[in-house]
Design a protein around this ligand. Structure first.
Ligand code: BGC
Length: 910
C-alpha cells in the first residue's frame, strides 16, 4: 500500500492566444470548484491501480476545456486529449481519445512507462478549434515514491478560423444553391408569403389574432407560425405546407420561450441576479431542449432591454440596468439556445428583442415614446443587443417604440446602418406583434406606406399584422418597394429554415417520442430548483433569524402567496403549467414538515383594489377575494404568529402585476398586504419577509421592521422547494441585485451608473441648498445595484494594484483583494469591479461595472481574488461615437456591491 503515496500537482494554467487575453483564470471561480470535485473522484479511482515497473507512472488529468473565443466561458464537449513525450519527437506516449462531458469537463487516467524526463505535453484537438500543445512541467523530487501524478488543468482554447471558415464555406455554398434554386421558382406572391408570420393556437399575446391560417398556408401565404407547439400541434401545419403548397417550403415555428419552456425557471430578472453565466446558459440550453422536443425551432428570447424604471412591468423580462452584465447575459442566452449547430434537433434560433431601447419608455408606461441621445444609446442601452448579435443570434425582433422620432420597425438607421452595416448582423428581422400596423397610430402613414417603409428599413418578417401580405405587391407595382428588397427578405427567411435543417427534414422537431423523455424531467426540475436558489437575494438580514432551525420550532407561515402555485411562474411562463409548481407551503412541509410545526394562515388578499383587480382577472389573473373579511384574516394570522417562534410572511405581487402591459405607478406592496405586515410586526415576533415580485419595489417601511427580507422574484416550477432550502440553510443565498431598489417611486429613474452633475449632493451636508437633490428624501437607493447579503460575513481585505502608472494598449493592471469568510457558513460572494473615469472628453457615469468573480469560500477560509484590467475596460463611445479610451486617471473600485467599495487610483497613459 505504501506504493500509493499520492502527490498532487495543481497546475492551473490557461493557454491564452490572440483575442483572448481579457479572459483570465483564477482558482476561485465556480468552474474550478467543479473541477476540484472531479479531481477528488479521480483520486478515488486511482487508489486501485497497481504499477508494473519502476518506471511506470500513473497520470491523472482532470479539468475543463473552455472556449475563450468570446469573453465568456463555454465548455467544449468534443475533444481528443493526448499525453505526449516531447523527447520522442512529439509522439504520443499515450493517446486517450477522450470526450469531455457536455460542459467540457474531462477526467482521464493513464499509465505510462517511460524514462521520466520531468516534462510532458498535453495535446488537445477539437473540431473547429486551434490545436493546443501545452508543456506540463512535472517536478518530482523523489521518483521512487511518487508514482501518481495528478494534474488539474483548465485549458482555454480558441476557435481555428481556418477550419471554421472552411466548414462554413461549404455550408454556405450548399445553402446558397438550395435557396437560389428555390427562389428561381417562386412567384413574387410566394416570396411575400414567406415574410408573413401568423399566430395560431394556445396563446394570445397581442390585440388581434390571425385568421384563415390553414387556407393561407395552402396558398403559400405564410412563412412561419407561432403560439402553437407539441409535435401534434405542429405536424399538421407542417404537413399542410409540405403536402399542399406548390413549392413545399417548410414553416418555421416560434414561441415565447422566455425563462424555460415547460420546466419554468425564475423570471429573467431573477436569472440575472444569479450572476452566473454557466447557470444562465444552461437554463437556455434546457429550454431549447424542451422547446425542440415540443415542435419548436425558434424562441422569442433573449429580451435584453436595459431598464432603469421599475414602473415598467417588463423590467421583469430583462437582465436589469447594467449594460456590461446585460451583455454577458445576452451572449450566454444566445449560446444556450443556439448551441454550436443550429441544425441539430435540440437547438433553436434565438430572437434578440426588442430592438431597440424598448426599456427606455417614458414614465415607465409600456409602449410609450423613447427619446434619448445617441451617445446614451451607445454607451448604456445598445451594448447587450450588440453582444447578442456578436454571439450569433439568428434573428432580431423590432421594438414597439420610436427612436429619433421614427418607429423602430420603420427605422432604417437602426435596422440597416447600425444592425447590418455596423454590427454585421446576418440573420432575419421580425417585427413585434402588429408593430408595422401600429406605425399608423404612431402617425407615419397608412398601412401600405408603413409596410413599405418597414420593408425598406430592413424588416424581413411581419408578425401578425399582414401589412406585408396585403400591400407589398401593390407597392412593387407602384415602385414603392423593389422586388429585389423582397427577394432579400425572403432569402433571409429561407436561409434561417436551411440553417435549422428544415429543408433536409421538415419534421425534425416533431418527434412524438421526445416530449416523454426530454420535457419536465427530474433533471430539469432539479436544475430549476438550483437556479431558483441561486437567484434569491437576501435584501436584509438581522444575522440571527435566518437560516431557520430545521427542527423543534413553530413557524407561522402567512401571506397570500404562501400557499399559492398560480403566481410562481411569473409572466411569460410559456408552456409552463402552474399546477405542477411547488408552493412555499409545500416546499417547507417537504423539507422540515415532520420536524417542525408549521402553522398556516393566508392573512390577506393579494390585492383588493378593484380597479386593478378587474384588469388582472380580465387576463387570467384568477385572483379570488377571500370569503373572510380582511380583519378576520388578519386576526387568524396574528393568532398563529403569537404561538410561533418565527413568522415567515410570503407577500408580493401577483404574476400579472408585472410583465407586458403591466406598468404601475405605485411599486410598493398592495395596501392590504401592508396592513397584514403591520399586524405581524406588532406581535413582536421576528418576521421574515419572502418577497415574490417582478420588479424592484419600494420597501423602506418593510426594511425598518422585518428581521430579514428574501427576494425570490417569481422563481418558477420549483419555487417552493428552493425557498425552503434557502430559508432552512441548505443553500446560502448569494444573489445580487441587477436593478436598483429605490426608496420612493419619485426617485425613478434611479440607477447606479448615473452621471455626476455639476452640483453633486453630499449627504453629510444635508442642509446644503443648490445641490442636485430632493428636499424630502436622500438621493441614494434603499438597495443599490449589486447588493445582496449572505448568511455568512465576507470581509474584504485591502485592495492592491501591481502598478500605479500604465502605458499603452497592451499594458495590464492586476488588482488583487483578499477576501475572508468570517462567518459560520460556507458561501458564495460576487466580487464586483467598477471603474470610474473622473475626467474625459465627455461626461462619464460615476462608475461602471467592468468585471466580477463569483467565489465560494468555506467558513473561515480566506482567498485572494485577482482581476486583470485592460484598456478595453476603459473604453466608451465618445461624441463621434468612436469606441475609445482616453489617457488620464482611473479609479478602480472593488466590493460586494456598487456602493461599499474600496478604490485605488491609477494613471493610464497612451
Ligand atoms: C411582445 C413580444 C413577444 C410577442 C409575441 C409581443 O407583444 O412584445 O415580446 O415576443 O408579443 O408573443
Amino acid at each position: 500500500m505504501n506504493l500509493f503515496i499520492f502527490f498532487c500537482i495543481f497546475v492551473q494554467f490557461s493557454i491564452i492566444q490572440v483575442r483572448t487575453d481579457e479572459c483570465e483564470l483564477t482558482s476561485n471561480d465556480a468552474d474550478v470548484q467543479l473541477t476540484t470535485k472531479t479531481f477528488l473522484q479521480s483520486r478515488q479511482f486511482c487508489s486501485e491501480t497497481r504499477f508494473p515497473s519502476r518506471n511506470t507512472r500513473q497520470i491523472i488529468i482532470s479539468g475543463r476545456l473552455v472556449d475563450y473565443t468570446a469573453r465568456c466561458k463555454r465548455g467544449i464537449s468534443q475533444a481528443d486529449i493526448e499525453i505526449i513525450h516531447g523527447q520522442s519527437g512529439f509522439h504520443p506516449i499515450c493517446r486517450e481519445l477522450h470526450h469531455p462531458n457536455s460542459r467540457g469537463f474531462y477526467n482521464l487516467s493513464t499509465v505510462i512507462v517511460t524514462p521520466f524526463t520531468g516534462q510532458l505535453y498535453i495535446r488537445v484537438t477539437s473540431p473547429g478549434y486551434e490545436t493546443v500543445l501545452k508543456r506540463v512541467p512535472i517536478s518530482l523530487s523523489s521518483q521512487r515514491k511518487r508514482k501518481t501524478i495528478f494534474l488539474q488543468l483548465k485549458l482555454a482554447m480558441v476557435r481555428s478560423e481556418a477550419q471554421m471558415e472552411q466548414q462554413q464555406d461549404q455550408q454556405t455554398q450548399r445553402m446558397n444553391s438550395i435557396v437560389d434554386t428555390l427562389m428561381s421558382q417562386m412567384t413574387i406572391e410566394e416570396k411575400i408569403g414567406q415574410l408573413n408570420l401568423v399566430t395560431v393556437g394556445f396563446d394570445v399575446t397581442g390585440p388581434i389574432v390571425s385568421e384563415n391560417v390553414d387556407e393561407n398556408i395552402r396558398q403559400g401565404r405564410i412563412g412561419g407560425v407561432f403560439n402553437t407547439f407539441t409535435p401534434k400541434g405542429v405536424r399538421p401545419l407542417q404537413e399542410l405546407a409540405m403536402n399542399h403548397t406548390r413549392l413545399k417550403i417548410p414553416l418555421i415555428f416560434g414561441y415565447d420561450v422566455i425563462h424555460g419552456h415547460r420546466t419554468i425557471f425564475p423570471i429573467s430578472l431573477g436569472m440575472s441576479t444569479t450572476w452566473d453565466m454557466a447557470v444562465i446558459e444552461t437554463s437556455a440550453r434546457i429550454a431549447a431542449q424542451e422547446a425542440t422536443a415540443d415542435g419548436l425551432n425558434w424562441v422569442f428570447s433573449p429580451m435584453v432591454d436595459i431598464a432603469r424604471d421599475a414602473r415598467w412591468g417588463r423590467i421583469s423580462e430583462g437582465a436589469g440596468e447594467d449594460p456590461w452584465l446585460g451583455s454577458q447575459i445576452a451572449a450566454a442566452m444566445v449560446r444556450g439556445y443556439q448551441g454550436s449547430d443550429l441544425s441539430s434537433s435540440n437547438t433553436v434560433i434565438a430572437c434578440l428583442k426588442h430592438f431597440a431601447l424598448y426599456g427606455g419608455a417614458e414614465a415607465g408606461r409600456d409602449y410609450n415614446t423613447v427619446d434619448m441621445s445617441r451617445i446614451t444609446m451607445y454607451n448604456y442601452f445598445l451594448p447587450p443587443y450588440h453582444a447578442a448579435v456578436e454571439a450569433g443570434a439568428g434573428s432580431v425582433m423590432t421594438s414597439f417604440n420610436e427612436i429619433d422620432s421614427i418607429p423602430a420597425s420603420g427605422n432604417r438607421w437602426l435596422l440597416q446602418d447600425l444592425l447590418r452595416d455596423q454590427w454585421k448582423f446576418n440573420g432575419f428581422v421580425v417585427t413585434d406583434y402588429t408593430a408595422i400596423n401600429e406605425m399608423i397610430e404612431h402617425g407615419v402613414g397608412n398601412l401600405q406606406e408603413v409596410s413599405a417603409r418597414a420593408l425598406n428599413a430592413g424588416v424581413d418578417m411581419d408578425m401578425v399584422g399582414e401589412g406585408f401580405l396585403t400591400t407589398l405587391l401593390k407597392s412593387v407595382q407602384e415602385g414603392k418597394v423593389t422586388e429585389q428588397t423582397i427577394n432579400q427578405a425572403c432569402r433571409r427567411i429561407l436561409e434561417a429554415k436551411y440553417k435549422l435543417g428544415l429543408f433536409d427534414d421538415p419534421y425534425r422537431y416533431c418527434d412524438d417520442s421526445r416530449p416523454g423523455t426530454d420535457i419536465f424531467t427530474n433533471e430539469n426540475r432539479l436544475a430549476a430548483r438550483d437556479f431558483a436558489r441561486r437567484s434569491f437575494v437576501l435584501l436584509k438580514t438581522d444575522r440571527k433569524t435566518l437560516p431557520l432551525a430545521r427542527s423543534n420550532s413553530t413557524i407561522a407561515l402567512i401571506g397570500p402567496l404562501a400557499d399559492d402555485r398560480r403566481n410562481l411562474l411569473g409572466s411569460w411562463s410559456a408552456a409552463g403549467n402552474w399546477n405542477q409548481s411547488v408552493s412555499v407551503r409545500e416546499g417547507i412541509i417537504n423539507l422540515v414538515g415532520n420536524k417542525n410545526q408549521v402553522l398556516f394562515a393566508k392573512g390577506s388578499n393579494l390585492i383588493e383594489d378593484t380597479y386593478m383587480l378587474q384588469q388582472l382577472n380580465a387576463h387570467g389573473g384568477e385572483i379570488v377575494i377571500d370569503t373572510q373579511s380582511a380583519q378576520q384574516m388578519i386576526d387568524e394570522a396574528v393568532g398563529i404568529a403569537s404561538k410561533s417562534d418565527v413568522v415567515v410572511a410570503v407577500v408580493g405581487e401577483s404574476q400579472g402585476m408585472t410583465g407586458e402591459a403591466a406598468s404601475r405607478v405605485d411599486i410598493g406592496l398592495p395596501e392590504c398586504q401592508k396592513r397584514l405586515l403591520q399586524a405581524l410586526f406588532n406581535t413582536g415576533k421576528p418576521v421574515v419577509i419572502v418577497l415574490m415580485n417582478g420588479r424592484p419595489m419600494t420597501l423602506t417601511w418593510e426594511h425598518e421592521h422585518a428581521a430579514a427580507i428574501l427576494e425570490t422574484w417569481f422563481a418558477g416550477t420549483e419555487a417552493g422547494n428552493a425557498i425552503a432550502e434557502v430559508l432552512f440553510g441548505l443553500y446560502n443565498p448569494a444573489g445580487k441585485l441587477t436593478t436598483t431598489f429605490p426608496r420612493h417611486v419619485g426617485q425613478i429613474p434611479l440607477y447606479y451608473n448615473h452621471k455626476q452633475t455639476g452640483r453633486p449632493f453630499n449627504a453629510t451636508q444635508f442642509t446644503d441648498k443648490y445641490k442636485s437633490r430632493y428636499l424630502d428624501i436622500p438621493n441614494d437607493p434603499l438597495y443599490p445595484f449589486g447588493h445582496g447579503f449572505s448568511y455568512t460575513t465576507f470581509e474584504f481585505g485591502t485592495i492592491s494594484g501591481d502598478k500605479s502608472e500604465l502605458r499603452g494598449d497592451s499594458d495590464r493592471l492586476t488588482v488583487r483583494v483578499p477576501i475572508s469568510n468570517r462567518g459560520a457558513y460556507g458561501g458564495e460572494e460576487v466580487v464586483q469591479l467598477y471603474i470610474s473615469d473622473p475626467a474625459a472628453s465627455v461626461t462619464r457615469a460615476v462608475r461602471e461595472l467592468k468585471n466580477f468573480k463569483k467565489i465560494y469560500l468555506r467558513a473561515q477560509q480566506t482567498d485572494e481574488v485577482t482581476f486583470v484590467v485592460t484598456t478595453n475596460d476603459l473604453k466608451f463611445y465618445n461624441t463621434n461615437l468612436d469606441y475609445v479610451w482616453e489617457e488620464g486617471d482611473f479609479i478602480i473600485h472593488i466590493g460586494p456591491d456598487s456602493v461599499n467599495t474600496q478604490s485605488i487610483r491609477v494613471k493610464w497613459l497612451k
